[in-house]
Ligand binder design. Sequence first.
Ligand code: NDP
Length: 391
Amino acid sequence: MAPDARQKRRITILGSTGSIGTSTLDVVRQLGGQDRYEVLALTGNGNVDLLAAQAKDCGAKMAVTADESRYSALKEALAGSGIEAAAGRAALLEAASGAADWVMAAIVGTAGLAPTLAAARKGADIALANKECLVSAGDLFVRAVAEGGGRLIPVDSEHSAIFQALEDDQRHALERIVLTASGGPFRTWSRAQMADVTADIARAHPNWSMGLKISIGSASMFNKALEMIEAKHLFDVRPEQIEVVVHPQSIIHSMVGYVDGSVLAQLGAPDMRTAIGYALTYPERSPLNVDRLDFAKLSRLDFEAPDEERFPALRLARTALTRGGLQGAVMNAAEEVAFHAFVGGRIGFLAMADIAEAVMDRLTHLPPAASMDDVFAADEEARRVAAGLIG
Ligand code: NDP
């Protein structure tokens, strides 16, 4: 939905209290704040004090916590501000399907799927940070955005890079996409060394500052696994056209290879605000106060092949891509359950991939999704099987 240049752009931020959400508010502030943007709704979950402070700061019309039990705390924190407070899943869906022109989808995990879908069906441009939407619902999600009439603009730094490097009129000449991966904190570790790590150790990413789930996912490379499936649906490529290369400096955010051997890359400092700003002002670029690359100081960029023995998540992504159907939804749900079990100290770091693989192998019989109900049913079934394996 193209905004009228004379009007303020109406925006909603789903997951405003998280890492991507707070960066999005900073970008909105840098690009003119309330002079250019009307914030219709901000949503969060547990952190209602931050949610209320953000809503007051950006002049949001409404603040919603997904957690019903936090309603009075949110209402109290917003008292006298004139900002509407709401709570619960229904309120979240209602806020998501409001009149926004642009919606940032930055809720973590599968919890983000239904609200993002609601925003897509309403015709908003979707700035997609929540990769789980595409991993679970795949082409159904892409179709929902297209049918709603909005645009799907990737925010994940790798997919934003590919989106920027893709020449629209040369899609037929695309040969491969190359997703870069930092390798995470355990890039050089053996499996024996990884066996006993705690969540606190695993969450310490060498280059990026991010939320807990994606940080752990970077250490296990499950995040890259999700990104491989995300890439397939975003760019309509075959599984064999998706490559992963480990690039420890995280300066090249990803690349596109063409049939003539040319490779186009997008580079930048590891700061999500560049991808967020691009998603907000696409196809324009707007000035942002982020670090600039100093190539003389960088001096070198390293690359290495990913190791699918030490990081089996990558192999599981290939399996999910080859099997197709609902395997992405199954892998995503099983990994989410295993992630919570790891963070809660109930399973070890390496067991996350073992559980995801076992759940995927048990649920190969699910037929391809005909509707979103099938996706939600597969998600639920995979969670049940994963929980049973964890005990
Ligand atoms: P965070 O954990 O920092 O933030 C998650 C947000 O979701 C918070 O606003 C949180 O609310 C909200 N939330 C949590 N649970 C629920 C729920 N059940 N219902 C509704 N809202 C909920 O995550 P990130 O910002 O790191 O990541 C968000 C998404 O963006 C993920 O899908 C991630 O993979 C993706 N992404 C993130 C990147 C990054 O740099 N962080 C980079 C690329 C993609 P509260 O905090 O109030 O509890």
